[in-house]
Design a binder for this molecule. Structure first.
Ligand code: CAA
Length: 289
């Protein structure tokens, strides 16, 4: 069994897709990124370069390494250009219809039948993505954490149809090529981390909504009292309120447990476009990017 993956495709260059593209380019791989139009490609490229610049500023990589990583990145608006990819990571919005469409297209265009077709989904059953293709044995969840260049964890999520060889190759790719730490989860909504994290974030939102404590005090409580790097409301802003809501909806749909039910405040904020850092306002305000 060999890894020998050189050509990677990343579908979507938002928060997660840009981080995944960055770590792959930094690992020496040729990375082709698909976004929906030229403007989205440009803003995705800007996000990656901005993150690489932060890496240089904090001494994590040299200017030369940054420039080499940028040279390994290219962008397209056409998934047909993924024909020669050996690994594709889909990282678009948590929308089941859109994701299954992407997998059906990848199945048609990616020529290597051994190529791994991975999804960074946080909550959509990997099985549904696998059966959108004629090669479910090559489809699995490879779930990264935000910020991707900083956080070590990757959850590997094989579906009932994923072959052991695909899982083993993806495991070796994540650990040996990307230098990540892998845990495995069964194909259940939320996998390991979000099944634990989302009820905690929703509890903090309910606490704020009921007037139990202020946003600042809730966050300070968890930072100073439990040594978390950031409090739950600031973390929800980092993840994106829309993503948090989508993951909560999937968890609630799967398990029907009240602890996964999104509180009305979260739904209203998403409807208002208050999505957190990415929209410059969520539970806190941020400088527009
Ligand atoms: N490359 C390499 N290193 C980088 C980098 C880059 N592009 N950008 C930043 N860094 C490094 C910095 O050099 C710094 O390193 P040191 O600690 O060694 O100095 C470190 O990353 C932290 O960066 P900052 O100093 O800029 O920021 P910070 O100290 O305020 O930490 C944070 C910010 C990393 C976001 C931290 O607050 C944190 O870890 N928060 C929790 C994040 C979390 O829980 N994420 C999971 C979300 S859940 C999810 O993603 C899954 C889902 O499906 C919803």
């Amino acid at each position: 069994m060999t890894i020998e993956i050189q050509r990677v495709g990343v579908v979507g260059c938002g928060l997660m897709g840009s981080g995944i593209a960055e770590v792959c380019a930094r690992a020496g791989l040729q990375v082709l990124v698909r976004e929906i139009d030229e403007a989205a490609c440009e803003s995705g490229r800007g996000r990656i370069v901005g993150s690489l610049d932060r890496g240089v500023a904090s001494g994590k990589l040299s200017e030369e390494e940054r420039d080499e990583a940028v040279d390994r990145l290219s962008f397209t608006v056409d998934l047909a250009e993924f024909a020669d990819r050996q690994l594709v990571v889909e990282a678009i919005a948590e929308d089941e219809g859109l994701k299954t469409e992407v997998f059906a297209t990848l199945d048609r265009v990616v020529e290597d039948r051994d190529a791994i077709l991975a999804s960074n989904t946080s909550s959509i059953p990997v099985m549904k993505l696998g059966i959108a293709t004629d090669r479910p044995a090559q489809v699995l969840g490879v779930h990264f954490f935000n910020p991707v260049p900083v956080l070590k964890l990757v959850e590997l999520v094989p579906s009932l149809m994923t072959s052991d060889e695909t899982t083993a190759r993806a495991d070796r790719f994540a650990t040996e090529v990307l230098n990540k730490r892998v845990i495995r989860s069964t194909d259940r909504a939320g996998f390991v981390v979000n099944a634990l994290l989302i009820p905690y974030l929703l509890s903090a939102i309910r606490m704020l909504e009921s007037g139990f404590a202020t946003a600042e005090d809730i966050d300070t409580g968890m930072v100073e009292g439990c040594s978390h790097p950031m409090g739950p409301l600031r973390l929800t802003d980092l993840i994106g309120l829309d993503t948090t809501l989508a993951v909560a909806d999937s968890l609630y749909q799967e398990f029907k447990e009240p602890l996964y039910a999104p509180p009305p405040l979260l739904s209203r904020m998403v409807e208002a476009g208050l999505l957190g850092r990415k929209s410059a306002r969520g539970f806190y305000e941020y400088r527009p990017r």
